[in-house]
Design a protein around this ligand. Structure first.
Ligand code: DAH
Length: 360
């Protein structure tokens, strides 16, 4: 008797489950057949009162059916979810659980699509690319050196022995304090000039390279100071290289980067690894030399340091300064977009604020 009742209920339930087309109907079905108050669950509960023999046979079958209900429910749920696609732009609540044909009927093709945002190059990368392109076109090769550097390459080989006062120009992040007394300790390079040494150790003249990369300074950050920034180093070594070559090259560079009407000013400066050393400035982009806030009323903006490679530096890498000479230069990269776009805080570059980065 009970067994018949259970079988009937089961076939009815499965028939109904087949016809279920959305999540709401499925939930109703679950309550009807697996809910606490459903006939089927009531029957299962009442089995306890049956005589042992009947309880065994009916109980086994009823449990089988219960498991089949649960499996059917899970399966139906999965297939409904698969059917429910959510095309962009369909008004919410319209199509869930309906067949895809019904959904497509409700697709409003006049709704605006969702904007797909494109990635872009970081402003520093964009400028680096420009600089590398300009120098490549002049016959310079692009090379790279390590960011964690030996004290030797960062200072010593560049004519700045231990206790040389010029080391004060470079607030240094030391990597290994213990061996600092020795001359083989490591640091985060404070400039890209050590790459000059590495290049001259490996290649023999004629040499024409530029070396872009990150540099680090032990610096409190503010609007004009970052503890990490980018530089591009340049080096040319050959016979008969003179200060005139340096001037011609850097003048041409400034005009290609900042515009063909740019003026350049070369003035004496001091860097231990060059002699003579120069500081290069361009006429102010904003006031064209008349004097304004950007150029602190001087009409000029410094863009790089340069000079003729010091004979001592050449000697150290076994290049004979009686035969060869060279020029070198180094520039800060962020300074260029700062000047070009009037950016007033260098910290914006590496604080990952998309509102800033998306403007370039
Ligand atoms: N390395 C220097 C700095 O970071 C810049 C520099 C000056 C590089 C003169 C040079 C140079 O190659 O000749 O301040």
């Amino acid at each position: 008797m009970i067994l018949n009742q259970v079988e009937e209920l089961a076939s009815k339930a499965f028939g109904e489950l087949d016809k279920v087309t959305d999540a709401k109907e499925l939930e109703a079905w679950r309550i009807r057949y697996l809910g606490r108050k459903s006939t089927f669950i009531q029957i299962l509960r009442s089995l306890a009162t049956l005589p042992l023999e009947e309880r065994r046979s009916v109980g086994a079958r009823a449990n089988e059916i219960k498991e089949a209900f649960e499996a059917g429910l899970a399966e139906k749920k999965r297939s409904l979810e698969k059917q429910t696609i959510y095309p962009l732009g369909i008004p919410s609540g319209v199509a869930f659980g309906k067949s895809s044909l019904v959904q497509l009927k409700s697709l409003d093709v006049t709704l605006p699509g969702q904007q797909v945002l494109l990635g872009r190059l970081h402003p520093t990368t964009q400028i680096l690319d420009e600089i590398c392109e300009i120098f490549s076109n002049m016959g310079f090769q692009v090379v790279e050196g390590p960011e964690v550097e030996w004290e030797y390459y960062n200072f010593e080989a560049l004519n700045m022995p231990v206790d040389h006062p010029a080391r004060d120009m470079f607030a240094t992040l030391w990597v290994d304090f213990k061996t600092r007394a020795g001359n083989r300790s490591m640091l985060l390079r404070t400039h890209t000039s050590p790459v000059q040494i590495r290049v001259m150790e490996k290649l023999s003249p004629p040499i024409r390279v530029i070396a872009p990369g990150r540099v680090f300074r032990y610096e409190a950050t503010d609007a004009t100071h970052e503890w990490m920034f980018y530089q591009v180093e340049g080096l040319a070594v050959d016979t008969n290289i003179t200060l005139a070559d340096l001037k011609g090259t850097l003048f041409e560079f400034a005009r290609r980067l900042f515009g063909k009407d740019r003026k350049c000013r070369f003035r004496c400066d001091y860097f231990p690894f060059v002699e003579p050393g120069v500081e290069v400035a361009i006429d102010c982009l904003v006031c064209q030399g008349d004097g304004c806030r950007l150029c602190s009323n001087s009409g000029w903006i410094e863009i790089l340091g340069a000079g003729m490679v010091h004979p001592e530096v050449l000697r150290r890498v076994n290049i004979d300064p009686e035969v060869y000479s060279g020029f070198a230069f180094g520039m800060g990269v962020e300074r260029i977009p700062i000047l070009r776009y009037g950016i007033d805080d260098i910290r914006l570059f590496y604080s990952n604020d998309l509102r800033f980065l998306r403007q370039f």
